[in-house]
Ligand binder design. Structure first.
Ligand code: SF4
Length: 302
C-alpha cells in the first residue's frame, strides 16, 4: 500500500530559488537540460509576473535567487529583475553563457549581492563549439570570463563532461590559469536534450526540493531546473507560498532520493549532512559548484 504524503502543517521554504527566465539562448548545447536555443521563446511569464514571484519569494523566506535560462540576459526584463531582487535584500546569481555581455549588464554584475556563473567545455575552439553548436562561442565566453575577472567579479565555472575526448582536464587547467578559483566538473544529466528516455529522479542530487526550487518559463514550480519533470503547480494559479505548503510539493519531495551522505527521509524538511561527507549546497544548480571549489553537486546515484 502506498501512503500519500500529507501537506506539511508549516511550509518548508527552499532558501535558493532558480528562476528560469527564458528558453531562448544564442547557443544550442547538445546536452541542454532545458532544450533551449535561438528559436525558443520567453514562455508564459511576463516581466511583472517574474517581479511578483521575486517579491513573493522574499516574503516567504527565500534568501537567494538564481537567474538562469536559456540565457537569462536575453529576457527583456532581466536588468529590472536583478534590481528588484537586490532591492528586496535577496542575493542574486546570474547563470549566463557569457557569449555576449552588454555594458549595462557588466555594471549589474559588479553590484554587491550579485554573483556570476557560467559553463565551459574545452580549452580549444573546436572542442567547446562542438558542444554549444555555435562557432566562436569558445573565444567569446573565454574572453568574457577574463573580462569578469579583470573587473573583480568572481565567476563560478561548471564544466560538463558531454563528449568523448572533450579535454575536460585541459579546460580546468586553462580556467585556473586564467584565475578562476571555482571550477566544478559534472557529468551530463539525463534531462532535456541529453536523454531519449523518461527522465529519472536518480539524475538529481538529492537536495532538490529541500534547499532548492525552480520556477520555469511557464510558471511551473519544480525541485530545480533539472527536476523540471516534477511540477508541483504554477505560480500564476496558486502562488509560491501555497505551492510550498501544498500536498503536491510534499509528494514531489518524497519522490527525490536523498543523496548518499545526507540523512534525509521522505517528507523530512531538512537534510542533515553526515559527518565527514560533503553534501550538496542549497544552491546546487547545473554545473554550479556551490561549495566554493570543494563540493560536488552530482546525481544522488553516483
Ligand atoms: S546549456 Fe545553457 S548555454 Fe547551452 S543551450 Fe542550454 S541554456 Fe544555452
Amino acid at each position: 500500500m502506498t501512503i500519500a504524503p500529507e501537506a506539511p502543517a508549516i511550509a518548508s521554504v527552499p532558501e535558493f530559488l532558480e528562476l528560469e527566465l527564458t528558453g531562448r539562448c544564442q547557443l544550442a548545447c547538445t546536452h541542454c537540460y532545458a532544450e533551449s536555443g535561438p528559436t525558443k521563446g520567453h514562455g508564459d511569464m511576463t516581466g511583472d509576473g517574474w517581479k511578483h514571484v521575486i517579491s513573493e519569494a522574499a516574503a516567504v523566506g527565500v534568501k537567494r535567487v538564481q537567474l538562469i535560462g536559456g540565457e537569462p540576459t536575453l529576457h527583456p526584463a532581466f536588468a529590472e529583475l536583478v534590481e528588484h531582487a537586490l532591492g528586496l535584500g535577496l542575493g542574486v546569481q546570474v547563470y549566463s553563457n557569457l557569449y555576449r555581455v552588454r555594458l549595462d549588464h557588466w555594471q549589474l554584475f559588479e553590484r554587491d549581492g550579485v554573483s556570476l556563473a557560467t559553463s565551459y567545455y574545452a580549452d580549444t575552439d573546436d572542442g567547446h563549439d562542438e558542444v554549444t553548436g555555435r562557432d566562436g562561442s569558445h573565444a567569446a565566453t573565454r574572453a568574457n570570463i577574463a573580462e569578469a575577472l579583470r573587473r573583480g567579479i568572481r565567476v563560478q565555472v561548471g564544466i560538463v563532461d558531454v563528449l568523448d575526448g572533450q579535454r575536460v582536464e585541459q579546460a580546468r587547467a586553462e580556467l585556473e590559469a586564467l584565475g578562476v578559483t571555482s571550477v566544478h566538473v559534472d557529468r551530463v544529466r539525463a534531462v532535456g536534450n541529453a536523454t531519449t528516455t523518461l527522465p529519472s529522479t536518480s539524475a538529481l542530487c538529492g537536495r532538490c526540493a529541500h534547499g532548492t526550487a525552480a520556477v520555469l518559463p511557464d510558471g511551473s514550480v519544480t525541485p530545480c531546473v533539472l527536476g523540471r519533470f516534477l511540477p508541483a503547480g504554477r505560480v500564476q494559479d496558486e502562488g509560491l507560498a501555497a505551492i510550498f505548503a501544498g500536498k503536491k510539493w510534499a509528494e514531489v519531495k518524497s519522490l527525490i532520493p536523498p543523496r548518499r551522505g545526507v540523512n534525509c527521509t521522505p517528507n523530512e524538511d531538512s537534510c542533515a549532512p553526515s559527518p565527514g561527507l560533503d553534501p550538496c549546497g542549497p544552491d546546487c544548480g547545473p554545473n554550479d559548484d556551490s561549495q566554493g571549489g570543494g563540493g560536488t553537486c552530482g546525481p544522488a546515484s553516483d
